[in-house]
Design a binder for this molecule. Structure first.
Ligand SMILES: NC(=O)C1=CN([C@@H]2O[C@H](COP(=O)(O)OP(=O)(O)OC[C@H]3O[C@@H](n4cnc5c(N)ncnc54)[C@H](O)[C@@H]3O)[C@@H](O)[C@H]2O)C=CC1
Ligand SMILES: Nc1nc(=O)c2c([nH]1)NC[C@@H]1CN(c3ccc(C(=O)N[C@@H](CCC(=O)O)C(=O)O)cc3)CN21
Length: 286
């Protein structure tokens, strides 16, 4: 199924994101996770590729393929290019096609100190052009409600976003954010810039202390008062932080749905219990 077509017919589109396990031995567990997530009947599940700069894994294609074969759910395979040569990309596109994968999230990827950068691709739009040229894959892309941290400002980042659309990106998924107001303002600017593709909101529930630092560093997302207050109150009480972290995500998603968002993309962090708990509290609006 072509994910961009799904957005034409369904609102909201509800999706999950998972990441491949660090070791091959974790593969059984990821399939248990997907099985649990399948209860929510997500419209698609995306699988990261070298997420957070972790290039140790290479099982994105295999997992995405099984999401379709074993669970009958549409997969979205992420593909990054900053550490890849043209040859690597060609090979991976070929593997996706062979595995019957129809949709890819074209990303530049995180620049990790010490990890060699290859010169064939500098930005996600260049990867999108190659995917478009070399395959029949549907292309999705990432966008940044608060601007990408390497951009001077949001305006410049949105100008760069137009290159992706020009390169064939048909749906955008946002970086995680905790302040819906910033998302709504971003959406106005995106539409004013002439970008009219569906934009799905990426939401990450924060349920333990360890996630806070890592997530903020990866995303640069700003933390509204309500969020820092929750952390301040419960950071030393794991059970309360877990419950309030879920509730924060639920409140965020319900507000987005009430504002008519095109899609909700839940960063599951491979935790099906958290995702199911959230689903139970939002399903009446899906
Ligand atoms: N590994 C994964 O599965 C995921 C990774 N990410 C991360 O998101 C970050 C960026 O990825 P993308 O959005 O795909 O990168 P991108 O290439 O679209 O943007 C990166 C930066 O370059 C600028 N830029 C983009 N196109 C440009 C052009 N043609 N000329 C000049 N400047 C341009 C942007 O404004 C931005 O500041 C990375 O850190 C990526 O790894 C996000 C989601 C999932
Ligand atoms: N800059 C950036 N890079 C990404 O890879 C990325 C984003 N942003 N934003 C959206 C999602 C969120 N992603 C994430 C976010 C956090 C981890 C993370 O904390 N990984 C831990 C492992 C956690 C665990 O095993 O439970 C790690 O140590 O890599 C991974 C992917 C992938 N995506």
């Amino acid at each position: 199924m072509k994910i961009p077509e799904l957005f034409e017919h369904k609102k909201p589109v509800f999706s999950f994101e998972i990441f491949p396990p660090k070791r091959q031995s974790g593969l059984d567990k990821i399939y248990d996770t997907i099985e649990k997530l399948s209860v929510c009947q997500p419209d698609f599940i995306s699988v990261t590729y070298g997420a957070g700069g972790n290039m140790a894994d290479n099982s994105t294609c295999e997992i995405a393929s099984n999401i379709k074969k074993r669970f009958g759910i549409e997969p979205l395979a992420h593909l990054t290019c900053v550490n890849s040569s043209m040859e690597d990309v060609t090979e991976m596109i070929g593997r996706f096609a062979k595995a019957d994968i129809e949709n890819v999230l074209a990303l530049r990827g995180d620049i990790v100190p010490g990890e060699a950068i290859k010169k064939d691709f500098s930005h996600a739009n260049e990867l999108a052009i190659e995917v478009q040229r070399n395959s029949g894959l549907q292309i999705l892309g990432a966008c940044y409600p608060e601007g990408h941290y390497e951009s001077k400002n949001l305006r410049e980042d949105i100008q760069n976003l137009k290159y992706k659309i020009g390169a064939g990106v048909k749906v955008l998924i946002t970086q995680l954010f905790f302040d819906n107001q910033l998302f709504y303002e971003f959406l106005v600017q995106v539409r004013n810039a002439g970008i009219h593709v569906p934009v799905s909101a990426g939401i990450m529930p924060i349920v333990n202390k360890k996630q806070i630092e890592k997530t903020v560093a990866l995303s640069g997302a700003s933390l509204p008062h309500e969020f820092t207050k929750m952390i301040g109150l419960y950071e030393n009480d794991p059970e309360e932080l877990y419950n309030h972290g879920i509730q924060y995500a639920v409140d965020q998603i319900r507000d987005l749905l009430e504002h008519g968002v095109d899609g909700i993309h839940l960063y599951t962090m491979n935790n099906p219990d958290v995702s199911l708990a959230i689903y139970e509290k939002i399903k009446d609006l899906l």
